[in-house]
Design a protein. Structure first.
Lengths: 245, 245
């Protein structure tokens, strides 16, 4: 089949959770998409799908891509890597079958597709053979600092985005060496993050934000949060702009 | 006048430049806005206004907020600080007059309002007295890595956002100490950025992106860019995800 008759793959960022925070372009592309692919943990609903579902064509073919493993095996373990690589290869093959049939495939990612999004695993496997396009989205972190009303960076501020999985000393070193920070992957890492912020002398500036722009969103100064219970997808914000005029 | 009769201030992110990359919510709020405020350098058109203009109400009152100084005075100089503070105070007063009259004021920011956006100068001056809301937008950097098709971060990658105005040694140190980086404020800083990337052994991974999602957008490996001509709003991307499966 000639290149021209093949389909098109579009990575779509569905934004931070509020369906109204999707872009006009994302909605327009969904109205054109024959197939909608979405990643999820086996047994869980896709967050991105829930956000975007109202914009699917009624006749759209859904292609759920279900992770075979997530937290059951350690990430550094060879078995994890093998399982996850096999999964991405299969996912790319399933998408490619629709592209070969000339269909437009929209692949959803929460937030922004190329910013920690699953879509990029399809992109790197298919972009050399098929027409691809990426529709950027509002990131979860933008949703969080906007719903909390916390200006995060201004002027020449440096921003560092850190996973809460880093070791305590490493977190602390990096928090002391940046004007602003966003810490993701919170969950059971929260007590460690608190200690690292304290060591970096930044705890009093930190905010804890849960559920971003979704229903039940809330934000609090981390120093005022009495417990260490936190979902994995909460974020901690350390705003810069200390010399605010 | 009672609190209830006062107007509402909404900071709106207009995204990276393509009007179709505005959110549904931004467009809906503009359809409700009595007043649209936008910042620009005196003598220049507002980029955010150009992106969002088609969504203004035909009867919307426009409130241009024109910076009195930008690059004419050194930023660290007391005169600059005094001029800019006076300007923000006046801008907030002009917006407040509309809020006191019960109007809904939409204040535009390119990209995302609380991420290096001018809107935050209004927010910190008015949020304690008036109803405020922030509608996040797609950042310019998301627009750049999406149009270039460059996956920027994955998994536990650390991302550092750096101004190109930093000194060469400092840039180099930070580029060597992060998985991924975005360098903004390029312009005449490009030769220095190139040297810092070389010293950090990251030049071969760097991309240069101009005009993000706008007309005339283009991206190239920085090592393949023959000259050092660059607009101030170009960006340099150093993708992480080095252990890509």
């Amino acid at each position: 089949m000639s290149e021209e008759k093949k389909g098109r793959l579009v990575g779509i960022g569905t934004g931070p959770g509020d369906p109204e925070l999707m872009t006009l372009k994302a909605v327009r592309v969904l109205a054109e998409a024959d197939v909608v692919a979405h990643f999820a943990k086996r047994g869980n609903a896709s967050h991105a799908r829930r956000t975007a579902e109202r914009y699917f064509r009624p006749d759209a073919i859904e292609l759920p891509l279900l992770y075979p493993v997530t937290t059951e095996i350690e990430k550094d373990h060879a078995d994890y890597r093998e399982a996850i690589e096999g999964f991405y290869t299969e996912a790319a093959r399933a998408v490619a079958a629709h592209l070969e049939a000339g269909r437009t495939v929209a692949a959803l990612s929460e937030g922004d597709p190329l910013f920690y999004g699953s879509y990029m695993h399809l992109h790197v496997r298919l972009a050399d053979r098929y027409l691809t396009e990426v529709v950027p989205g509002v990131t979860a972190m933008s949703g969080c600092w906007s719903s909390a009303g916390v200006p995060i960076v201004q002027g020449d501020d440096i921003l560092t985005v850190l996973p809460g999985t880093l070791g305590e000393a490493e977190l602390s070193r990096r928090l002391a060496d940046t004007e602003a920070a966003v810490i993701m992957k919170i969950g059971r890492n929260l007590p460690k993050i608190r200690r690292a912020l304290t060591a970096a002398n930044r705890l009093d500036r930190a905010f804890y934000v849960e559920r971003g722009t979704m229903e039940g969103a809330w934000a609090v100064k981390l120093a005022d949060k009495a417990d260490d219970l936190a979902p994995y997808f909460a974020v901690v914000l350390v705003p810069g702009w200390e010399n605010r005029p």
